[in-house]
Design a protein around this ligand. Structure first.
Ligand code: C5P
Length: 235
């Protein structure tokens, strides 16, 4: 997964997915992110079909519930032969540990345990939302570091964070942790609802392990060209 570009398949149906996939390359070299929208429509059947075809699947369901529920959910997801899942670090260390234990318990013999990535603060959360709505007393950088440290101690393999936070996180947590960053916007593209954004080249410079890109590819006039350009810029 060295320097992977995960394409976020934020679609409402499988027809759109089927149209996009041939434009991205072979399954073995393609990293896909499946989030709530597509999963709630097509469920684990689609995930299994894509993972069995050789695609590397990042299943982004952002689990956040009591530890027992998250343990059992992670145990189910571990059976899908996927690369990684996400949880919210805000769920706390017991919940994060439960997710890890569930992944280990649910992984079939002979398969790799899916990586556990913790979402720190969503990249759509601004400093003012953090302060005025989440009532957090820490500035964004410190809050993200604190959540990432909690996640690491509880057994997560990495974090989802803004590219703007990777340098700080690497300095505090070190190289043996994955720093996966959405909030990627090539120069001159529309930020949409994302707030803490960076270009693929900036994400690379800051040390992102992998990036997640949705609309700049899926809504581009030429998704294939947009994907290739982003891959080139990030690598
Ligand atoms: O279209 P865009 O490039 O903004 O898509 C980013 C993707 O990454 C979306 O699927 C979104 O759910 C996901 N994501 C995010 N911020 C996080 C975690 C995941 O934008 N902190």
């Amino acid at each position: 997964m060295e320097k992977a570009v995960f394409v976020a398949l934020d679609y409402a149906n499988e027809q759109d997915v089927a149209q996009l996939l041939p434009k991205l390359g072979t399954a073995q070299e393609t990293y896909l992110k499946i989030g709530m929208e597509l999963f709630y429509h097509s469920g684990s059947t689609l995930v299994k079909r894509l993972s069995n075809a050789g695609y590397h699947i990042f299943l982004d369901l952002k689990l956040h519930d009591i530890p027992n529920t998250v343990y059992n959910a992670a145990k189910q997801l571990a059976q899908l032969n996927i690369f990684c899942i996400t949880i919210h670090a805000l769920g706390g260390s017991s919940m994060i540990k439960a997710a890890k234990d569930g992944l280990i318990a649910g992984t079939p013999a002979g398969q790799g345990v899916p990586k556990l990535l913790a979402v720190t603060e969503l990249t759509s959360i601004s400093d003012s939302i953090l302060k005025n709505e989440q009532n957090c007393r820490l500035p964004m950088n410190e809050q993200v570091i604190s959540l990432a440290q909690t996640a690491q101690k509880a057994g997560a393999d990495g974090v989802i964070c803004s590219p703007l936070e990777v340098q700080n996180l690497r300095a505090k947590i070190g190289p043996d942790f994955l720093y996966v960053t959405p909030g990627i916007r090539p120069a001159h593209s529309n930020n949409g609802d994302q707030k803490r954004v960076a270009t693929p080249a900036q994400a690379k410079k800051y040390g992102a392990s992998a990036i997640v890109v949705g609309r700049p590819i899926t809504q581009a006039a030429n998704p294939e060209a947009a994907y290739q350009a982003i891959k080139k810029e990030f690598n």
